[in-house]
Design a protein around this ligand. Structure first.
Ligand code: UDP
Length: 504
C-alpha cells in the first residue's frame, strides 16, 4: 500500500469509460473534481482511440503530457488503455451486436490484467472503480477485485428512473399488443410513446444495446453508489422518487467549467474530432442574440429529404445560422447527411457550415439565440449551462424523453413535430424558429433557461448540491467503505436525513 509522508493512505479511483467523447468527458470532469478533493484518478478506456486522444493532448495539454508511453495524463488524471479485442482499423460500428458481445467477453479480462499491472504490482490502493453504462461488465471486474464500484449515469436521472421501473417491471410500458400505452411514473410528466426512451419500445431494433442496459440493471446491486451527470435542482421530483428504490446522486452538470463561470483553463475534456475554430471568428461578426446554432451530435445522420427541409427553413428564416453538418463516417449512397446541392453557395453570406465545432464555446457566445438540437444529454446539459433556449429534434435512445423534459419540465424550448411521413417539414422548422425567437413565450424560455444556468452554477460551486454529493462520495471512499456489503447503498434514517440536508 502506498503511503504519503504523514503515513496517510493514498486513495486511487479508476474511471472506466466506453470509448466515446460523450462518455469520456463526464468521467474526466468527475475525475478532476475527485482529484481536487484529494483523491488520485485514472481514466481507462479501450485502445482504439488511444492515438486520437494522445494526439490531441500533445497539442492542448502539453504541460501535462508525458513522453513516456506508459504515463499519459491530462490535468492530473492518468490515462490507461486496454484492448477491446479488435484490430485498430476494424470498423466497430459495422456490426454493433458483434462489437458489444466481443467487448463483453474480452473487456473484463483485459481490464482486470490492467488493474493488476497498474495497481497491485505497484502497491497502490485502488479504493473505487467508477464506470459508465456502456461498460457494465466492469462492475464484475470490481467485484472480482473486491473494489467498491460506482456507476456514473451519463443521461438524466429521469431516464435512470424510467429504465429502473421498466427492467424491474414496476410499471406498465407499451407492448406489441398495446403499443400506444401512455406511461405515468412518479416525478415525471405523463409520457406518450413518442416521449419514451426508444430502447423500451417494442419497435426497438437495437438488441445489443437493450441487452446491455438490461444487464446493467440486473447487476445494479454490484454498484455501491449511483451518481448522475445532472443536478438536483434540475430533476428534483424524479430524484426524490428514487430515494426508496435506488438512490441516485447528481454530481453535475459535468460540463466545461467555463460555462459555469469558472476558469476556462481549469476545464478537462477531449475532442475526438477537430473543431473548426474559424466559426468563432465568424460569430464575432454577428449581432448579439441573432444566430441559430444547429447540431445533431456525433452519431445522427439525417435523410437527404430532412436535410433539405431544414436547409430551406434556415435560408427562409433570414437569420444567420451556424450548422454542424457532420459527414457520416461511412459514406452513404442516398444522400443522407448531405446538404442540398448549391446550399453552401446560396447561403454563404448568411450561414457558416462546419463539420465539427467547439460546441461549448459556440453556445457561450453572445451571438447565439437558440439551439436546434437532437437532445443528446451532453448537448442539453451544455445548453442549460450556457443559458441558450432550444428547439428539439430527438432521434433515438434517451433523446425523446430529454425533449419531453425540455418542453414539460424545464420549459426552455419547443419541439419539432414530424408529419405522417416522419419528416419535420420546412414550415414546421420555420414556425418553431419564429416561435422561439419572437413568439409570445420566447422571453419565458430565456428566463427559465437562465434560472437553470444559475442553479447549475450554484450546484457545482463549493457547498452546492452537486459539490456536497461529490464530497460525500470522497468521504465514503476515504473512510474505506469497502465492498463488503454488496448491494445498494440504502441510507439509514439518520444518513437519509443527513443526505436530505446535503442535497436539498
Ligand atoms: N460536439 C462538439 N462539436 C460539435 C458537435 C458536438 O464538440 O460540432 C460535442 C458536444 O459539445 C457534446 C457532444 O459532442 O459534448 C455530443 O454529445 P451528445 O450527448 O449531445 O450527443 P451524441 O453525440 O452522443 O449523440
Amino acid at each position: 500500500m502506498a503511503l504519503t509522508e504523514d503515513k496517510q493512505v493514498i486513495h486511487h479511483v479508476l474511471l472506466v469509460a466506453f470509448a466515446a467523447q460523450g462518455h469520456i468527458n463526464p468521467l474526466l470532469r468527475l475525475g478532476k473534481r475527485l482529484v481536487s478533493k484529494g483523491l488520485h484518478a485514472t481514466l481507462a478506456c479501450t485502445g482504439n482511440i488511444q492515438e486520437r486522444l494522445l494526439k490531441q493532448f500533445a497539442t492542448t495539454n502539453t504541460e501535462d503530457e508525458s513522453n513516456n508511453s506508459k504515463n499519459h495524463s491530462i490535468s492530473g488524471i492518468q490515462l490507461l488503455f486496454f484492448s477491446d479485442g479488435f484490430d485498430l482499423d476494424y470498423d466497430r460500428k459495422a456490426d454493433l451486436d458483434h462489437y458489444f458481445n466481443t467487448l463483453e467477453k474480452v473487456g473484463p479480462v483485459n481490464l482486470s490484467n490492467m488493474i493488476i499491472e497498474h495497481y497491485y504490482n505497484n502497491h497502490k490502493k485502488l479504493s473505487c472503480i467508477v464506470i459508465n453504462p456502456f461498460v457494465p461488465w466492469a462492475a464484475d471486474v470490481a467485484v472480482q477485485h473486491r473494489v467498491p464500484c460506482a456507476l456514473l449515469w451519463i443521461q438524466p436521472c429521469s431516464i435512470f428512473a424510467i429504465y429502473y421501473r421498466f427492467f424491474n417491471k414496476l410499471n406498465s410500458f407499451p407492448t406489441s399488443e398495446n403499443p400506444d400505452l401512455s406511461v405515468e411514473l412518479p416525478g415525471l410528466p405523463v409520457l406518450s410513446t413518442e416521449d419514451l426512451p426508444s430502447f423500451v419500445l417494442p419497435s426497438n431494433p437495437f438488441n445489443s444495446l437493450l441487452k446491455m442496459i438490461s444487464g446493467l440493471y440486473q447487476n445494479m446491486k454490484k454498484h455501491k453508489w449511483v451518481l448522475a451527470n445532472s443536478f438536483l435542482e434540475l430533476e428534483k421530483d424524479v430524484i426524490h422518487s428514487m430515494y426508496e428504490l435506488c438512490p441516485i446522486r447528481p454530481v453535475g452538470p459535468l460540463v466545461p467549467t467555463s460555462l459555469l463561470c469558472e476558469d476556462e483553463d481549469s476545464d478537462v475534456g477531449v475532442e475526438l474530432w477537430k473543431p473548426e475554430d474559424a466559426c468563432l471568428e465568424w460569430l464575432n461578426k454577428q449581432s448579439a442574440s441573432s444566430v441559430i446554432y444547429v447540431s445533431f451530435g456525433s452519431i445522427t445522420v439525417l435523410s437527404a429529404k430532412q436535410m433539405e427541409a431544414i436547409a430551406t427553413a434556415l435560408k427562409n428564416s433570414n437569420h444567420p445560422f451556424l450548422w454542424v453538418a457532420k459527414q457520416p463516417e461511412v459514406p452513404t449512397s442516398d444522400g443522407a447527411g448531405q446538404l442540398p446541392n448549391g446550399f453552401i453557395e446560396e447561403t454563404k453570406d448568411q450561414g457558416f457550415i462546419a463539420s465539427w465545432c467547439p460546441q461549448t464555446k459556440v453556445l457561450a457566445h453572445p451571438a447565439i439565440v437558440c439551439f436546434i438540437t437532437h437532445c443528446g444529454w451532453n448537448s442539453l446539459s451544455e445548453t442549460i449551462a450556457a443559458g441558450v433556449p432550444v428547439i428539439t429534434f430527438p432521434q433515438w435512445s434517451d433523446q425523446p424523453t430529454n425533449a419531453k423534459l425540455v418542453t414539460a419540465v424545464f420549459k426552455i424550448g419547443l419541439k419539432l413535430r414530424r408529419n405522417s411521413e416522419g419528416i419535420v417539414s420546412t414550415e414546421e422548422v420555420e414556425t418553431c424558429i419564429e416561435e422561439i425567437i419572437n413568439g409570445p413565450k420566447s422571453e419565458e424560455y430565456k428566463k427559465n433557461v437562465m434560472e437553470l444556468k444559475a442553479a447549475a452554477t450554484k450546484a457545482v460551486a463549493s457547498g452546492g448540491s452537486s459539490d456536497l454529493n461529490i464530497q460525500w462520495l470522497v468521504d465514503e471512499i476515504s473512510n474505506g467503505n469497502s465492498c463488503e456489503s454488496e448491494g445498494f447503498h440504502f441510507l439509514s434514517d439518520n444518513q437519509s436525513a443527513e443526505q436530505d440536508k446535503v442535497t436539498t
